[in-house]
Every structure is written in C-alpha cells, then in structure tokens.
Design a protein around this ligand. Structure first.
Ligand SMILES: [Zn+2]
Length: 322
C-alpha cells in the first residue's frame, strides 16, 4: 500500500526529469557541432596561420552549395578528386599525391590525405590559401583562382568579415524587417501579378506600414547594394552567411552612413518605409507606402527567388518574444 501512494509522485518526478533533459540534449547537440567546427578551424589556424574565419567562411559557403549535406556533418568543403589526388591518381598516400601534383594534405597526422576527413580537408584548403598570402586581398585572389566566380568570392569574403566581427560562427538570431512596435500588415503575395513592368511575377512579400517606419536588417550579413532602381526605388540588398540575398525596396530613405560593404546584424536599422519607385530617381507616392521584402538563394551557379512569407512569420514571432 505504501508503494502505491508514492507511485504517482515518482511518475511525475520522472516526467519532470526526462522532459527538460531531452530539450537540453537537443540544444547541446546544436552547440556541439558549432563548437566542433570552431575548434577545427582554430586548430587549422594554429598550424597554417591562416585566420580561422577565412577557413570558416569557405566551409560555410560550401555547406550551402552541396545538396546532400547531412545535418550533423561537421565540415562541408569538397575538393574535386582531380585537384585533391592529381589527375590519374586515386591513392591517399601523401607522397603519391605529391607525385601526381594533387593538393590533398594530411591534417590529422595519419599519413593519409583523405578528402572525406574534415581535418585533412581544412588543412588542405588553408594550405592552398596560404600559397597566396595572409591578407584579405591575398585571400580574395586565392578564392578567385579556386572558384572563378565573382559572387562566390564576394560571398565568402563577406562571410569571413561577419565571422571575424562577431567572433563566432553560431549566428542564428533573426529579426522581422519592420519594427514590430509600429503598425503594419502583410499577407502572402508570392507570385501575384503586378501592374508595372509588364508580366513580372511578384517575387516577395509586401509589408504595409506608415512612412518612416524603421526597417531592420533581418540577418547577419553585409550590405551588397544600395541605390535607385526603376521598380524598387531606393533599395538595399544584404547578403547573409547562408548565401541568401535579402532585398528591401521602396524605402523613403536610408539609415545615415549606411554604406555598401558594411556589416549588419539582425535588428540594425537600415532605412525607413516609403513608396519610392516606378519611375526616375526620386519618384514617390505612386502606391501606398510599404516595404517590399524579397529573398534570393545562390547555389554557386545561379540565383533564384523563393517565398519569404514563412520566414517572415517565424521572425515576427521571434521579434515579439524578445
Ligand atoms: Zn512588393
């Protein structure tokens, strides 16, 4: 009888113990992969003197361009076999690779250069970068010779700047693009037809708000573009560390001193809501004031727009729960 009285108490106690533990385990797992990555980047910096944030930015970029990256995969850089092993070779032996003029190197000390081993890959990439030197300019040239694509070079260079400035890689915070303590409204307008400019499809979400409502950066990133566009009026483009370009259009004005190349974080004021566009520079008032917000993903070959609405809903909740 005594045991029966205690049973529900014990059960409740067990539930209380298990629930927070599983939530904690998930968070811990996420922490661990960022920690593991950072530790490997810093280890690679120690042995090559290439700043960890250069190496981290290359890895971050490659994580976005390969379709089959596993969620728990620590390092995502993939060096093409021909470059790794040297043409005609498939041995991981470091002397054989050298003989065949491959660039694959041994980063973990097992005398093998394994393109699927994270430490070997990071050491190889850092050694490749090192051939060009240690400065930002050298890094840029190394990237250009490796990827042969301006947007890729710019994205990696900017990601490195963001990692350096915030001294970390775990940058998962976000914000809603319109200050949530102001009046605003939006609905899903993805793919709607629009009047001006022929048969263009609406590539974004319109967030209606009064003139002057602060516009916030939604992410960590770098200002890639600022200025007038026939359709967008005064607009800003920010590329984040996930190869995503965030486009803010029809602004009434910009935050003072905001310039191309500047690093931003979620919540930074970048401008204010307006109704500019649909005409020559300065045209305003042809439609009700709103922020046009668009998102474009780059996969290393091409860029395409996708629906920002689900993200806006999520970031709105995040912003309101702060
Ligand atoms: Zn729009």
């Amino acid at each position: 009888m005594k045991n029966k009285t205690y049973y529900p108490v014990l059960l409740l106690f067990t539930i209380l113990c298990i629930l927070p533990a599983s939530v904690l385990a998930d968070e811990k797992k996420e922490e661990t992969i960022y920690d593991q990555r950072l530790a490997l980047y810093k280890k690679t910096e120690t042995i090559t003197e290439i700043p960890w944030y250069f190496i981290a930015a290359v890895d971050q970029y490659e994580r976005q361009i390969h379709k089959d990256i596993e969620e728990d995969q620590v390092i995502s850089i993939r060096i093409p076999d021909e470059i790794w092993y040297g043409a005609g070779n498939n041995s991981t032996d470091i002397n054989t690779i050298q003989l065949f003029q491959g660039i694959g190197k041994d980063g973990n000390g097992d005398h093998k250069a394994d393109p699927t081993n994270g430490e070997d890959v990071l050491y190889t990439m850092a050694s490749y970068i090192k051939k060009y030197g240690y400065t930002e300019e050298d890094f840029k040239i190394a990237l250009w010779n490796y990827y042969n694509r301006d947007l890729t070079v710019q994205t990696i260079k900017n990601t490195a700047k963001v990692f350096k400035k915030f001294n970390g890689i775990h940058l998962t915070d976000r914000d809603f693009p319109v200050a949530t303590n102001y009046n605003y409204s939006y609905r899903n307008t993805w793919g709607d037809r629009r009047g001006f400019g022929g048969n263009r499809i609406h590539e974004g979400t319109d967030i209606f708000a009064d003139y002057g409502t602060p516009v916030h950066s939604t992410t960590y990133g770098v200002v890639e573009l600022k200025g007038w566009n026939l359709y967008g009026g005064w607009r800003i483009g920010i590329r984040d560390i996930f190869n995503i370009y965030h486009y803010y259009a029809h602004l009434s004005g910009y935050e003072e001193e905001l310039k191309v190349g500047q690093i931003v974080k979620p919540g930074d004021v970048i401008g204010s809501v307006g109704s500019t566009g649909y005409g020559p520079p300065g045209t305003s008032g042809k439609f009700p004031p709103h922020l046009h917000y668009g998102m474009y993903k780059d996969n290393g070959y091409s860029e395409w727009s996708f629906d920002p609405y689900p993200y806006l809903r999520k970031w709105e909740r995040m912003a309101k729960n702060k």
